[in-house]
Design a protein around this ligand. Sequence first.
Ligand code: PGA
Length: 237
Amino acid sequence: MKILGFNLKMNLLPHEIDDYIKEIKKNKLDNTIFFPSIIYIEKFNNNQITVGSQDIAFNKNGAYTGDVSIYQLKELGIKYSIVGHSERRANYYDDRYVNKKIKLCIDNDVTPLLCVGESGDENSKNETYYICIDEINKAFVGNDNLDKVILVYEPIWAIGSGKTPTNDFIDEIVSNIKKYVYNKYGVKLKVLYGGSVSDENISKLIQIDSVDGFLVGGSSLKTESIKKMIDIVGENR
Ligand code: PGA
């Protein structure tokens, strides 16, 4: 069954979170992972919802004002963490830290969801595959046990835009990424697709066999949309 990751980004207020959790718990949450703001992680975990963090600090502990370490997040209940989301690469220069963060996750039994993907400009220059491979290589170099990683192909131009690549395009990129990673690193990795996935287009996207699931952003804020997406994924096992 395909995986559904819900990236809530910097949304939902403390007074809204209990209702949100109550609604999503009405669904079968077998193959889902929720990525809420850090302040809600413990609450999701206490409700037996599989939970991950949207990021981790690049160091284990110490004088890093504002950061939250993987040790702290693990005690709150995370099993997964997004690493290298394009919003963090753009706003916090995360390209520099992705390699360290992948190592921290692998060493601490947290499954990293490594996000890779091209800008609109790079897409129009047909550079998608090379951008993805370059980001993967930079994240993987020097790291072991790479079979623990889940990849996410997220075209930056598709995130939050309502636009998605065609199924054929996604299939070609994802299949080629899988082949490359297997040939170079000897691991068969799951690859998810992310970027404007919604309850309206998931029935179409789910037909791409090479894609092992989805990372959903904006549509994870609407509990009715979540229900529809979970139902569609469940029906297409
Ligand atoms: P989106 O976000 O579904 O709102 O496009 C996806 C993501 O950033 O993970």
